[in-house]
Design a protein around this ligand. Structure first.
Ligand code: DOR
Ligand code: ZN
Length: 345
């Protein structure tokens, strides 16, 4: 008999859906698996107003294929000029559920991000007061800091002082990649959590350079040394309840990845849940997959877990070499390989 596992339907607490033709092409891959997703606001131009977020949400819902059940959870893109009253009004109206910190220059479409965390003190103070989660791209951006050290430096320079100044702030350290971040989150109180991507559980930095430059293994924060991958894996599968599913699926057209200055981002949406299942199985803790994928995220966000369930079967599944990205093909995570699990339709 085929081994199966049934869990409550999961959510993706960190997702790049893009817009237009690409959004229409990639959305079904997420909606197939996840009931809800935190939609990142780094469009060009970024989603900085509640009106823009509401319009983006409408475009997503309009693109959802008939019969698919999926709720986009919108986020605000913080800038040096974010107005605390506007942000709070959008939250109170239920338009956005969280706000995202992109340190200026940290990653794709982050040029309008925050140049100094102290510039948004009043905004953070308001978020703390109204219980609005603060989602951090946790990297410093100074050119002189080694790219592999940027997450660890963010903890010292930004996260620790910020959380000391705002002792009630709900804080999600997005897509953690280091032992430092795992330990920091583990040691924090219940308001501090982290999302973990499939790739940071499965690849280390060798993947980017194996046999030549592999742009499809390049994302930000960049994959780190093996010891960091192992620490993140231990944290994510350890059952603490502080680490939950956030794919950071970030599609770019193949030509934008396979170029002299390739974009950061890994498109893992097609088989994300299958990849996480592999990790939990390899660690011998498949029984903890449900909490990671379906319970611990809603708890941090103060939402109820989904009532529906999904079933994964232990069946080898081929990952296509490319996927239609609307106007151009997109190369998915583990393109051309196989997954050890398959989500039952
Ligand atoms: O690799 C990444 N891609 N990291 C991010 O933080 C942004 C994302 C994107 O939007 O492409
Ligand atoms: Zn992201």
């Amino acid at each position: 008999m085929t081994e199966t596992i049934t869990i409550r339907r999961p959510d993706d607490w960190h997702l790049h859906l893009r817009d237009g033709a690409m959004m229409e092409a990639v959305l079904p891959y997420t909606a197939r698996q996840f009931a809800r997703a935190i939609v990142m606001p780094n469009l060009a131009p970024p989603v900085t107003t509640a009106a823009a977020a509401a319009a983006y949400r409408e475009r997503i819902l309009a693109a959802l294929p008939e019969g698919m059940d999926f709720t986009p959870l919108m986020t605000a893109y913080l800038t040096d000029d974010t107005d605390p009253d506007d942000l709070a009004a959008g939250f109170e109206q239920g338009i956005w559920v969280a706000a995202k910190l992109y340190p200026a220059g940290a990653t794709t479409n982050s040029a309008s991000g925050v140049t100094d965390i102290r510039n948004i003190d009043r905004v953070v103070e308001r978020m703390e007061k109204i219980g609005m989660p603060f989602l951090a791209h946790g990297e410093v951006t100074h050119d002189e800091v080694d790219i592999f050290d940027r997450e660890a430096r963010f903890i010292e320079e930004v996260a620790i002082p910020l959380l000391k100044r705002h002792e009630g702030l709900k804080f999600v350290f997005e897509h953690i990649t280091t032992r430092d971040a795992a330990q920091f989150v583990e040691a924090g109180d219940a308001r501090i959590a982290a999302t973990v991507t499939p790739q940071h559980l499965q690849i280390n930095r060798n993947a980017i350079f194996k046999g030549g430059i592999n742009p499809h293994a390049y994302c930000l924060p960049v994959a780190k040394r093996e010891e960091h991958r192992l620490a993140v894996r231990k944290a994510a599968t350890g059952g603490s309840g502080k680490f939950f599913l956030g794919t950071d699926s970030a599609p770019h057209a193949r030509s934008a990845k396979e170029s002299a200055c390739g974009c950061a981002g890994i498109f893992n949406a097609p088989f994300a849940l299958e990849a996480y299942a592999e990790v939990f199985e390899e660690e011998g803790v498949l029984g903890r997959l449900e909490a990671f994928a379906s319970l611990d995220g809603p708890r941090l966000y103060g939402m109820a877990p989904n009532e529906a369930t999904v079933t994964l079967e232990k069946v080898e599944t081929r990952v296509p070499g490319t996927i239609d990205g609307g106007t151009e093909p997109v190369v998915p995570y583990r393109a051309g390989g196989t997954m050890g699990w398959r989500l039952k339709a």
